[in-house]
Ligand binder design. Sequence first.
Ligand code: PEP
Ligand code: MG
Length: 317
Amino acid sequence: LKTEPAVSGDGRKIGLLANVELPDDSKEAAEVGAEGIGLYRTEFLYMNREEMPGEEEQLAAYRRVLRAMEGPVTIRTLDLGADKTLGQGRGQATSSNPALGLRAIRLCLKETDLFRVQLRALLRASAEGDVRVMLPMISNIQELRQTRHLIDELMTELKAQGLPFNPNLPVGAMIEVPAAALAAPLLARYADFFSLGTNDLIQYTLAMDRVDDEINYLYDPLHPAVLRLIKLTIDAGAAAGIPVAMCGEMASDRRYTRLLLGLGLTEFSMHPANILEVKRLIMQSDVAALARRVDDILTSTDALEYRELLDLSLIHI
Ligand code: PEP
Ligand code: MG
């Protein structure tokens, strides 16, 4: 199974990539046959320390992942704030509503000195392998344009210094805010790819704090609003001709594999431990038939029937 390609029963090639948090996790990913890294969370570089990591240190970490993995390596820029804080330093909640505050791309675009160091390290790493840059918590076009502008500036700087980089470095947007999913057809013009971050997308869509145990019963990947936003994003990517992946936990849960295939998802990124189980299911699935079933379910106007159909025809088969 590790070496088999992930192809559905009706011949669709599905991408199976890994989520990693530490550079060494990529070895485990390569061992289970992941085709690349779909989400490399870089927060570990910044946590439990006083000084922020410099360009060389970051470059060394990115190189380690590139060496361990042959396929594409999607590196997410710093996603600090809300559930990911540094303790004493940056990213500490000062707002009464940190999940809606200065976090992720918002923090990076405000503290551009911090962001520049990471982007320079990413650009330099891009000379040595298939690096893709992924921006967390994008909620509008301006954030994408500003980041691209910054990257252009840094490319000029690196060129002047004689340092190599990939001039066509792909820059993608995480779709994890409902506004981004709803505006996906417009964002697609400024993004080279999308990746659905369902952990946050579900939190923001259902107005439920993902780390609040008292309301975790509201965390529902099958909520019709969530599925509609996922579908909108996948369709927008297809219309614009850019790839759409999913790197939130929903992609790693085999209960949802058939549903996601039916929604048109062609790239899944997950913890390496789940890759083989999901691959087996993909190989047993008929994507065209699943797409017809999902269409019927999403157009159902009866809430009970909606849930029952989902359970019976996609989740428990
Ligand atoms: C997500 O939000 O789904 C995601 C993949 O990112 P994180 O869990 O790191 O916020
Ligand atoms: Mg997220």
